[in-house]
Design a protein around this ligand. Structure first.
Ligand SMILES: N[C@@H](CCC(=O)N[C@@H](CS)C(=O)NCC(=O)O)C(=O)O
Length: 392
């Protein structure tokens, strides 16, 4: 059949599905097929609109790992039994073992990944920069991502409905009821993230927009954060963008305006099978645009986390006269100790010079007494704590 010019999308879709039907019929005539599908998927107990779910599934797609989304609460009791204390996604390996915490999951799986798809650079300096940006995305941009979703009506309506619709597959009550509960619960969590009605605009204009601009300048040639292949940090940014900054309509307007190259970066990782990848960047040749991306962490996040993980909480001035008072949590205290342990292990004059160039050296070098140890995730990914912010 021939596909004609169309005046309506529905006509086009109708014609195309007929065409696909014809092709399927043709291929079924080619002979007997062995219906054997031996790959056991990773089961992902998460949500399409979730920051950390998308970080993990983006990584699965890039590394060609089969996975299947299982939204809802079906596995909650079994995961809790295994030691999970909340925070999605929870994922099972093909052998059924539970894993949680996006960074630990990726670290745990990386050694079993084809070397050309490893997301942890072999160069220790570059690897540390990957962890710095992974941590920055996970523990900082999660705040305005969730904050903006439940502060701007265009985001709330869209994401509230999508989440409720997905969750309703395992809830025995109407989706509209589920939506109201989701909106209520998530809106109530915002102050703990440091987001209020008075400061959300500053979070967007003084935190998110400059971040998108820095990413835009760095990614404009079509690469990834640390070269021509993605690192763990790219999947952190991917998760943030896919679930929130590109997925929530108000955020998408800002991201399209200030970070079109960040949109293109995330879109490339949505379909990694269509990309070709190259080498990591040369550590002697770190461009100013990457330094500017790292420097964003020195504007609010690193000064805040350095103080809050010592004092219990710290006030961030997001914009002149606009503040956020944000408490640390046991999870964050732990993550900070691990970051500092990574710094102690990776520290060289070369690394210090790069961090100094980005204006962030002091937030590592002056706090080494807080360094703990880098967890051994070779046996599995089941950290004791997984909650980046306090929940009621
Ligand atoms: N450290 C975890 C954080 C997981 C997390 O906080 N997930 C969010 C959704 S994207 C969540 O479950 N939020 C709701 C809650 O904590 O109750 C990771 O990296 O996977």
């Amino acid at each position: 059949m021939v596909v004609q010019r169309h005046h309506a999308v529905s006509e086009l879709v109708g014609d195309l599905s007929e065409l696909v039907g014809d092709l399927a019929l043709d291929s079924s005539r080619r002979g007997p097929t062995a219906y054997a599908f031996p790959m056991v998927p990773h089961l992902v107990f998460g949500l399409t609109r979730s920051y950390f779910t998308r970080k993990v599934t983006g990584y699965f797609d890039y590394t060609d790992r089969p996975w299947r989304l299982e939204p809802g609460f079906g596995q909650q009791a079994a995961a809790t039994e295994a030691g999970w204390n909340g925070g999605i996604p929870v994922v099972t390996k093909p052998d059924g073992e539970f894993m949680w915490d996006s960074t630990s999951i990726i670290e745990h799986l990386d050694p079993a990944t084809a070397p050309d798809k490893s997301v942890l650079p072999t160069d220790a300096t570059l690897r540390f920069l990957a962890y710095v940006l992974d941590d920055f995305s996970d523990e900082w941009f999660y705040r305005p991502a969730v904050g903006s979703r439940w502060s701007y009506p265009a985001n709330t309506v869209t994401a509230g409905w999508q989440i409720a619709e997905e969750l309703s597959s395992s809830l025995p009550f109407p989706a509209a009821f589920a939506r109201d509960r989701v909106v209520e619960t998530m809106t109530a969590s915002l102050p703990k993230l440091g987001v209020t009605a008075d400061n959300i605009d500053a979070w967007m204009s003084a935190v998110v927009v400059p971040w998108m601009q820095a990413l835009d300048a760095h990614l404009t040639d079509g690469g990834y954060l640390l070269g021509d292949r993605p690192s763990i940090a790219d999947f952190a940014v991917f998760g943030a963008n896919a679930a929130h900054f590109m997925g929530d309509p108000y955020c998408r307007e800002l991201t399209d305006e200030h970070g079109p190259a960040a949109v293109a970066h995330t879109s490339r990782l949505l379909m990694p099978q269509q990309q070709s990848f190259g080498p990591w960047l040369e550590i002697d040749d770190v461009p100013d645009t990457l330094i500017a991306v790292i420097a964003e962490a020195g504007r609010h996040y690193l000064p805040w986390v350095a103080e809050a993980t010592v004092a219990g909480a710290a006030v961030v001035e997001l914009a002149p006269g606009v503040t956020a008072d944000i408490a640390s949590t046991p999870f964050l205290d732990g993550a900070r100790g691990v970051m500092l342990a990574r710094y102690v292990a990776a520290r060289t004059p070369q690394l210090d010079a790069l961090l100094e160039r980005a204006g962030v050296l002091q937030y590592f070098a002056d706090y080494v007494d807080q360094a703990t140890t880098v967890p051994d995730v070779s046996a599995g990914s089941q950290p004791i704590d997984n909650r980046p912010y306090a929940v009621n």
